[in-house]
Design a protein around this ligand. Structure first.
Ligand code: CIR
Length: 253
């Protein structure tokens, strides 16, 4: 069970953040509205929220997931892989110091974005992407192994982060983008393959008794419902314009 989450309000500079998709500029008021709805959904899932003030110096800083990796017992401060985001992790460190007795750090030359790290029960998958390098992956892996987690690294070639394409719902159910579906690593899971046109919904998020899914992806929604989960659908259009998904907007523990 998760009991807490950290989120950060989108800054008015949000539209100046990093984006690779051609979906236009986000509307700031709509971004704030969607963020409020996201926070309400986390509260409905039973989480106590720490809501950090917006930081206009870092347009992407509402995507807090990339700045750390957290478990119930310890946290790891990441080292964002894009130089434009380097520094976001400093404020998160101050918050996580209050939450965890054991806090670790990814150090140079390691680069690591939390969006590349997926926990599935006692396993961790580390995506090797443009944002997470081998040095970062090795550092994280050593920390996780001290806590007896099994750790696997997976190349991410066609998308921003590992969790852009793969997300664990719990109960052995794994949402998988087709680019990852033939990977042997995932054969032991009940794989829910995301259909063409619904790729964005691969980043759906299980929190306690609910699965959060982005609005507008009915096939994925139906598949998740069929597994017996209660769904909260959220409008994510403005975050999608900046390459962000549901998991990116919070750190949950
Ligand atoms: C970036 O490129 O870093 C942001 N515009 C989007 C980050 C999304 N984060 C995530 O998938 N964990």
């Amino acid at each position: 069970m998760f009991t807490k989450a950290i989120v950060r309000k989108p800054a008015e500079t949000f539209a100046n953040g990093i984006s690779t998709v051609n979906l236009g500029k986000p509307d700031y008021n709509l971004t704030l509205k969607q963020h409020d709805a996201y926070c309400e959904a986390l509260i409905k899932c039973g989480l106590e929220l720490t809501i950090l003030d917006a930081n206009p110096d870092f347009p992407d800083s509402c995507f807090v997931e990339d700045t750390a990796v957290v478990t119930k017992y310890f946290g790891i401060i990441a080292r964002p892989g894009d130089p434009r985001r380097l520094g976001e992790e400093k404020e998160i460190k101050k918050i996580l110091e209050k939450e965890f007795d054991h806090l670790y750090h990814i150090e140079e030359p390691g680069k690591l974005d939390g969006g590349d790290i997926m926990q599935a029960d006692n396993k961790f998958y580390i995506g090797l992407s443009a944002r997470t390098n081998l040095a970062g992956s090795k550092q994280l892996s050593e920390i996780l192994k001290q806590y007896h987690y099994d750790v696997y690294s997976i190349p991410v070639c066609t998308m921003l982060h590992f969790k852009t394409g793969v997300n664990y719902l719990g109960d052995n159910n794994l949402l998988v983008h087709r680019d990852f579906c033939s990977k042997d690593d995932f054969k032991s899971y009940n794989r829910i393959i995301i259909e063409s046109g619904e790729e964005y919904a691969a980043n759906s998020l299980r929190i306690n008794n609910y699965v959060l899914t982005p609005k507008g992806f009915p096939k994925t929604k139906a598949k998740i419902e069929k597994l017996g989960y209660k769904i909260i659908e959220l409008e994510m259009s403005e975050f999608q314009k900046m390459d962000g998904g549901l998991s990116c907007l919070s750190l949950r523990f």
